[in-house]
Design a protein around this ligand. Structure first.
Ligand code: NAD
Length: 359
């Protein structure tokens, strides 16, 4: 394994368990990582990827599982962090038996880990997993499309960013630039329009998504992808792909608030988190503001109710205000403050569980 030490990584980041699985009959080959279960069962999706090496797959799975611990903790959920990566070409591997084999591995963890769909897996694939285990969420006919819930959470995150910057979160006072009008950006723009946004600009690469917006909301102005960063607006909302905030784009941004759905939007968390802070821009950390999706599936575990899930997503507003206050008080980038916030919650609940209370 070259210079990479599994146990060193486990010790440094306090991973609980790593499971390697190989099912010869179906070709299922992969890794489940359980990072931390202080708050509850480790939840994280299953992705299939053609990794160049086993080590690359492991490193990715370790990173993603840890990210899930922070995400759920900061979202106030009673969940830990975990992830599964399956190695290979999704188009060749997928079958009923393949996913049922996965389901049997998930079941063998006896509820310590709950899986869901992710990159290259679908709700249909998860329905096969569900034939072998109950520890799977995001199923067809249950919590449904998470994107409107994610977008609602982002909308309330936008309001928190505005509140922190201007001391007022009335949407009708402000202007917005939304990058990406796909699943989440589309719904976010809908919420902003409902809130009476003064002006909204959007950009897109997909002609169908451009046409949909122009037909449904002609008052929302299209700009070319490269022009979205430098607009003179109050909020820049990245709702496209990761890495869009980097050394080239951050200097262009005029908006005093950045708040959007995109995951891993900072190309380099440390470098670009600090660059944004140094420019005096309020940045709503990605894994906090976009937690609506996981909040939505979490509700599936306890019997799904859409209204409860939506109400829970609106609480992203309060949590972001707490996190932005930590960032200001400690003079640290908000992404780092969000991790402090998550760790504090894990530690507090860990302390709480020291006393045995039978239920
Ligand atoms: P999506 O694919 O439906 O939408 C993204 C859109 O961005 C696409 O329409 C694409 O054409 C457009 N796009 C890509 N690059 C662009 C560019 N350079 N300029 C302009 N437009 C560009 O995806 P989504 O579900 O809306 O997710 C968006 C982001 O939010 C992703 O990073 C995703 O991981 C994250 N996220 C989504 C959810 C959810 O519930 N869907 C939950 C949490 C996080």
């Amino acid at each position: 394994m070259g210079g990479f030490s599994v146990f060193e990584a486990m010790e440094r980041y306090q991973y609980e368990q790593i499971i390697h699985m190989y099912d010869q009959a179906t070709g299922l080959k992969g890794i489940t990582v359980i990072h931390n279960t202080t708050l509850g069962p480790a939840l994280g999706g299953t992705r299939i990827w053609n990794y160049a090496s086993d080590e690359e797959a492991l490193v990715d799975c370790l990173r993603l599982a840890r990210g899930m611990t922070y995400k759920s903790a900061a979202a106030g959920l009673n969940l830990g962090g975990g992830k599964t990566v399956l190695i290979g070409d999704a188009s060749k591997l997928k079958s009923e038996a393949y996913f049922r084999a996965l389901g049997r591995y998930v079941q063998s963890l006896n509820g310590r880990y709950i899986t869901a769909e992710d990159v290259n897996t679908s709700t249909k694939d998860m329905s096969y997993v569900a034939m072998e285990t109950n520890h799977v969420v995001g199923l067809e006919g249950k919590s449904g499309n998470p994107s409107p819930v994610t977008a609602l959470g982002v909308f309330h995150g936008v309001k928190a960013g505005l509140q922190q910057k201007f001391g007022n979160s009335d949407i009708d006072r402000y202007t917005f630039a939304v990058q990406g009008a796909g699943q989440t950006g589309y719904y976010l723009i809908g919420y902003l329009l409902e809130g009476g946004a003064k002006k909204i600009y959007f950009t897109e690469l997909n002609p169908k998504h451009i046409a949909r917006m122009q037909q449904e909301h002609p008052e929302v102005t299209f700009v070319q992808p490269d022009d979205i960063f430098g607009l003179d607006v109050d909020v820049f909302s990245p709702c496209a792909l990761g890495g869009s905030l980097n050394s080239d784009t951050i200097p262009l941004i005029k908006a005093p608030v950045i708040a959007g759905s995109a995951n891993n939007v900072l190309l380099d968390e440390d470098v670009h988190g600090k660059m944004i802070m140094d420019r005096g821009i309020i940045y709503c950390p990605d894994f906090v503001i976009n937690a609506g999706g996981i909040i939505n599936v979490y509700h599936e575990i306890h019997g799904y109710n859409r209204d409860n899930a939506l109400a829970d997503a609106t609480r992203i507003y309060d949590r972001l205000l707490e996190i932005l206050a930590i960032a200001e008080r400690e003079h640290i980038p908000s992404q780092q403050a969000a991790k402090v916030f998550a760790q504090q919650r894990i530690e507090a609940i860990h302390q709480l569980k020291r006393t045995y209370i039978p239920r």
